[in-house]
Design a protein around this ligand. Structure first.
Ligand code: PLP
Length: 499
């Protein structure tokens, strides 16, 4: 059988089949597909067909391919096209060619392991209202100004900026962030180094690696707390010691009983309890860090949003030699940007550099866009508008809860984007979460943020990403879930996976 092409490089019928003069069943092996997409030239298509036949085992190791002249004749194309295709596959290691002998297949595909069985998630009812914590108001992302900032820096960045990024972040953004943190968060950046990273989680991984390199292997974390921070610390090789939190924040009296020499603390607004670290605990914590020759790692993730009174300045300003300050735009703009900062004691700069030598900085143009966004005053304007919006949304949520769920007690309302709803004794928080989800409302159980269930029954309600008009119907669903007959009896304790 002989097949011809309609001329090399011209439109070719699909499914052309190459047949060798040998007795090999080339007709069933090679399917030189149609000239479409990026693979328009015959030699590319022939190489593709041969590669596919080798990869899926139709051509086995050691098999000789037809001499180029013979295959070219069969195809009715130039011999050049065939030698090009063979040459390409020799370069890729699929074929080997030796002078005076046939070109042969030189690669064996490994049998693909069976795909792991992924248990099918049970179908969930669609979520109509989202009161789970975690997100800012994604509808209010300042798209136009962000696009303006990206456009501006794409036009103005010097060509040098498009080279290898500095792992510590671009100097322009580091400088802008340092100024921003000084003026708006009371940070002290004189005796500290400011670097740019992909967010608080990334900043914590970097910090933990540096601590580990400096001989600090034990880290305390708040309990309840955000599971990802604990995971970040263990992924960097630290042992994690949970320390309880009360209405004044982290229990320093418990911390001193652990072997930890560093602690992660949400001083401005603890997650998820919403408590603010009391002034007495702040100074005790810094004194503890000095006593153990250790560090406080301040997670300043949503401190821009404080509604009643002035924002509390960061602890880092109390002792920049002992306090790391971690922040990001995940709660102010969007977690999708992946931009944050790490302010570290100056003495730790070499350890940070050394331990994070292969760390990747966020995309440079995004870093420069954020610098422009802040420098032009757009970040402050966005925060002012967001603060107003979140304050009135928080008030609406609290008032609606007080009217509809009087048996609950609201707490942790001073700052941030979530509050706590304490449930009466005997209430079933887990059952409520399930009943609410079945009705299309997402809320979180406080117990989701610790490894074991506790006696405290509370829900964590985020109001960042729900619209004002959705709050009344969402709270009505919550009330119905709380009163639903299926949640009246407490469920047995079970370990949950954190946030
Ligand atoms: C306690 C806490 N810290 C920090 C963050 C922000 O983390 P990242 O900057 O890595 O997005 C969050 C986000 O939800 C958080 O809940």
């Amino acid at each position: 059988m002989s097949l011809t092409l309609d001329g090399f490089g011209s439109a070719v019928r699909s499914n052309l089949v190459a047949v060798s003069r040998t007795n090999l069943a080339w007709a069933t092996l090679l399917d030189v597909g149609p000239a479409e997409g990026g693979r328009r030239r015959l030699h590319d298509r022939l190489a593709h067909a041969l590669r596919a036949a080798i990869r899926d085992g139709r051509l086995v190791e050691g098999a000789a391919v037809p001499p180029s002249r013979a295959l070219a004749e069969e195809l009715g194309c130039s011999r050049w096209a065939v030698t090009e295709a063979y040459g390409q596959l020799v370069a890729e290691g699929y074929l080997s060619a030796r002078v005076g002998s046939a070109t042969r297949v030189s690669w064996i595909p490994e049998a693909a392991p069976p795909a792991p069985r992924v248990p099918r998630e049970p179908a969930r009812p669609p979520i109509r209202y989202d009161l789970a914590p975690g997100l800012p108001d994604l509808r209010a992302f300042p798209r136009r100004r962000w696009a303006d900032a990206v456009r501006a820096v794409t036009g103005s960045a010097v060509h040098y900026d498009l080279g290898l990024p500095d792992p510590d972040g671009h100097a322009v953004l580091r400088d802008t962030v340092a100024q921003y943190l000084r003026r708006s968060r009371g940070a002290d950046t004189r005796a500290a180094s400011v670097s740019v990273c992909a967010g608080v989680t990334d900043a914590l991984v970097r910090t933990c690696r540096a601590l580990r390199a400096e001989g600090i292997a034990d880290l305390a974390v708040e309990q309840p707390g955000w599971r990802r921070l604990r995971d970040a610390a263990t992924s960097a090789g630290l042992r994690v010691h949970p320390v309880p939190v009360d209405q004044d924040g982290l229990r320093v009296d418990h911390l001193v009983r652990t072997p930890a020499r560093a602690v992660v603390v949400g001083a401005a607004h603890q997650f998820p309890t919403g408590t603010v670290l009391s002034p007495a605990r702040r100074s005790r914590l810094v004194r503890w860090a000095r006593d153990v020759d250790g560090f406080v790692i301040e997670d300043d993730y949503d401190a821009e949003f404080r509604y009643d009174g002035h924002p509390v300045a960061v602890m880092q300003g109390m002792d920049p030699g002992r306090v790391f300050l971690l922040g990001s735009v995940s709660k102010t703009l969007s977690p999708a940007l992946g931009l944050g900062w790490l302010v570290a004691p100056a003495a730790m700069t070499p350890a940070l550099r050394e331990a994070n030598i292969v760390a990747a900085a966020p995309p440079v143009l995004d870093q420069l866009a954020l610098a422009t966004f802040i420098d032009r005053g757009w970040y402050d304007a966005h925060l002012r508008a967001a603060r107003r919006r979140f304050r009135s949304r928080r008030d609406l949520l609290v008032q609606t809860l007080e009217a509809e769920v009087p048996e609950g007690r609201v707490a942790g309302t001073a700052a941030g984007l979530h509050i706590l709803l304490h449930l009466p004794d005997g209430a079933d928080s887990r059952g409520t979460v399930h009943a609410a989800a079945a009705a299309g409302l997402r809320v979180a159980d406080l117990d989701d943020y610790r490894p074991n269930r506790s006696a405290e029954r509370a829900l964590v309600l985020g109001y960042g990403n729900i619209s004002d008009t959705e709050i009344p119907p969402a709270v009505t669903l919550l009330r119905e879930a709380l009163r639903s007959p299926t949640v009246t009896s407490p469920t047995p304790a079970r370990q949950v996976g954190g946030s």
